[in-house]
Design a protein around this ligand. Sequence first.
Ligand code: AHR
Length: 339
Amino acid sequence: MTNLNRRTFLGGLAASAIVLPLAACGNDTDPGTAGSPAATGGGGGDKAGPIVLGFSQVGAESGWRAANTKSIQETLTAENGFDLKFSDAQQKQENQIQAIRSYISQGVDVIAFSPVVETGWDAVLQEAKEAKIPVILTDRAVDSQDDSLYVSFIGSDFVLEGDTAGKWAVEQYKGQGLKIVELQGTTGAAPAIDRKEGFEKAIAGSDLTIIDSQTGNFTRTEGKTVMEGFLQKHGDQIGMVFAHNDDMGLGAIEAIEAAGKKPGVDIKIITIDAVKDGMQALADGKINYIVECNPLLGPDLADIAKKVLAGESVQKRIVVKDEAFDQEQAKAALPDRKY
Ligand code: AHR
């Protein structure tokens, strides 16, 4: 089947996507797990050459992002039947739109991307649709009325992550009236919007209150700077930090220590991601609780891309399972941590 024929067929598939039970796809987090399409090699469908997949990554803002990029680059290899074209958008939507347009003009087989922010994608996704190039979303969602603009979305439930963090905080610290400062992720990004929503709902009606909230753009440096500002403004009032990712939490730890306070003791810290540096700080007692966000999305992306190009039905939404860790659980999990 030629590229053109295959894409013509896909246009019909995307419009009538069948949702399979979650277990049919699963979330195989090991890029080399035997039996997974990513591990068994070979291109998708009946295409002779490799699958040309254009991937537009958000950036390199965090440890999570580095692990996510590694998973994608280590899975979508020539041995596994892929020709991966990878670009880093440096956290800028205009760079991602430019990269997607470039993939469209190159005539790649599939486009995948993790959107920096939720809104503003309809025009470029419509261009991909008209070019009959299927689009797979990874990690972050887009906010669009038209879900025919992409074939599948693989990623964690960010609202649930915020909810898990908030419920643990209430359970652990109820009755202490702790005042919380929140380090938000990138403004307009799905994980920042959703984690905030989940956390706020979970603590509503409790004696925990958010007294300040600002973006740290998911980076360690900005997390530290924003925390320094919070400490200057609110001083001893601050009882807890809720950081939307480990990196900002780690930046906050530096600011708290520089202010002569003990992170994890004087100021409780809850973060999201569970990358190695975060887990180490948790095991060391400087963070109190971490909700995982699994970055190993490469195998599911490879699987979905192959299925889509083979004309098979795919799940519209693949929810990645996350765990959560307290300090003792972090100590036990650290030796086997993959990222
Ligand atoms: O979209 C996932 C988030 O992006 C991670 O939690 C954060 O570390 C990253 O920057």
